[in-house]
Write a protein that binds this ligand. Structure first.
Ligand code: NAP
Length: 286
């Protein structure tokens, strides 16, 4: 089995971004800038935001983070977004999800200027993706497609099984696979006989957030597994399928797989950085 090394792929992408930012600096232009907004203080969200901020700066780009209390009035959040939309030095805006339950997340995300929507979750960007003309792609699905491409995994004509239909991961991933001429089966929590479906998948993408969702024998011999999930268990981080317990049996069964950690996770952040740079370049007609 080939181990699909997301960490190494993400490193290469980040090195390229860093080089481009160096060049931008060298000719005396301002560097790309990301604004991040975190509402509330969920420890996992705080650590994700810190890591995005750190990566952004390590690549030579600017990053401004806004920490807002969990009881900030929605109108105040919208006012801040409006200010960032109108700020010509901000190229991309990211609102760390999930927002606390009492907010209307869709309303808040749709308030971002879609040309600054770093995560590609604005209604306009969702629509453009469905039309096959994406302006910006959501980071995790973009990372999955990049991993398939850079590892020479042909998608056209294959049967891809996607498990999970969230707007963040499963649904846009299925759309991107369809656009690349895969035949896609999209599964969710109401899907019956899941292993019957995964057994006929050439490529299986798991994004359910359920450890032990499938066993190694639920895959066709030589299939490709992209395990997106990050499950925190007593034994550490695990995917929906990939774990220290299943690794050996997966190695015997599969053609290729992403590990957890070190697979899709590092790609998500690299794609975010790529989106920031791309938005900067579009704005500055480079
Ligand atoms: P989510 O919004 O909770 O969506 C989970 C999806 O899985 C839903 O569509 C749900 O179906 C489906 N599902 C749940 N249990 C299932 C089951 N037993 N069989 C089949 N489908 C089932 O989660 P998400 O935001 O998409 O994230 C999914 C996982 O990916 C999480 O573990 C998350 O931590 C991880 N993630 C990783 C990255 C990364 O960078 N690696 C980025 C984002 C997310 P229904 O629609 O019917 O409820």
């Amino acid at each position: 089995m080939k181990l699909i090394d997301g960490k190494a792929c993400a490193q290469q992408i980040k090195a390229q971004i860093s080089k481009e930012v160096e060049m931008i600096k060298a000719i005396g232009f301002r560097v790309p800038k990301l604004a991040i907004m975190l509402v509330g203080d969920r420890p996992d969200s705080v650590s994700y935001v810190r890591s995005k901020e750190k990566t952004c700066k390590s690549l030579g780009m600017d990053c401004q983070t806004y920490f807002l209390a969990a009881d900030t009035p929605e109108e105040e959040i919208l006012k801040l977004i409006e200010k960032l939309n109108n700020d010509r030095t901000i190229d991309a805006i990211l609102i760390q999800l999930p927002l606390p339950d009492h907010y209307d997340s869709a309303r808040i995300l749709d308030f971002i200027d879609y040309r600054k929507d770093a995560d590609g979750l604005h209604l306009m960007n969702v629509g453009l993706l469905h039309l096959g003309e994406p302006y910006v792609m959501p980071c995790t699905p973009k990372g999955i497609m990049t991993l398939l491409e850079t590892n020479g995994i042909e998608v056209a004509g294959k049967h891809a099984v996607v498990i999970g239909r969230s707007q963040l991961v499963g649904e846009p991933t299925a759309q991107l696979l369809i656009r690349q001429n895969a035949t896609v089966t999209l599964c969710h929590s109401h899907t019956r006989n899941l292993p019957e479906i995964t057994k006929i998948g050439d490529i299986v993408i798991t994004a359910a957030g359920k450890p032990n969702l499938l066993k190694p024998e639920d895959f066709k011999e030589g299939a490709v597994l992209i395990d997106v999930a990050i499950n925190r268990t007593d034994e550490g981080l695990e995917g929906d399928v990939y774990s220290p317990r299943t690794r050996e049996a997966l190695e015997q069964r599969l053609g290729a797989a992403t590990p957890v950690p070190g697979g899709v996770g590092p790609m998500t952040i690299a794609m975010l950085m790529q989106n920031v740079l791309d938005m900067y370049k579009i704005k500055n007609h480079n």
